[in-house]
Design a binder for this molecule. Sequence first.
Ligand code: G3P
Ligand code: CA
Length: 298
Amino acid sequence: MDKDRRGLGATDRPQVEVIAHRGASAYAPENTLAAFELAVAQNADWYELDCYISKDDVVVVLHDTTVDRTTNGTGPVAEFALEELKLLDAGSWRGEAFALEPIPTLYESLAMAKDRIGVYVEIKSMASDSELVAMLLEMAEETPHMTPEQAEAFMAAIEASGTRNLALTRESIADIRSLNMEDQALIQSFSAIVCFIARHEAPEIVVEYLGGDDPDNPQQWINYTRLGEFLQVDGMNPSHGSITPERLAAFQEAGMRVNVYTVNNPEDMARLARMGVDGIITDYPDVCLDLLEELGLR
Ligand code: G3P
Ligand code: CA
């Protein structure tokens, strides 16, 4: 599989891509098929969505660890079976027009996109995995890039840990593969463990690593860049406030694409597009597309 083929128009990708954050979520309830359909209608290049796994091992799409904020239910998503999640109303909180909009599965969200738009599948973390991350950072001190021997040993450690992130990542990969969407969907995550599993078990799928700079914790950025290089991810997707021209150049010179989140202010969109980012993740794909066209970047 040619890894340059991502999303639609992959042979002819725009200079700056527009990724609809949780769908066109400024206008429709985030992470619902309504928001995804609107992203298609607004001509975004991709829609982004967030994944957790249900009690009965189905990958479902919502942003928070609980259903409280975006549905009429309460409780952790991990404690619901799919059938129970499907009874919840994930639309009314954004207005009557969206009443009874359900929580979609990843499979349904991918099927809607097939041959129409790319999908950024963000795999959320269902466990902190702090011991595994510490192990990964130790391995990264031994060698610049992970070796096959290190990868095998680390996979065994993940399996032994019992982390729920393993089933979540494996089931997400299975959904992408079952629809033959390896060239149309990519995986991104803030979890280095999820990024590792995806790279190790699905080398044909593009993997991008999410992160950000915290001025109160400079080690966070150091670890982020170190692990991105160690795992040789395809892209580094930092918060838009973290990126500088120097950091952007360093990632791109290392062969990684850079997509910034979540950019809703047109002045920031213009500044970042001129800086040369590869993609902008935004709740307002329509505004971003118009602006890029005005700037001659589409
Ligand atoms: O696409 C990146 C962005 O979605 C990460 O932040 O919290 O909105 O998932 P969050
Ligand atoms: Ca997200």
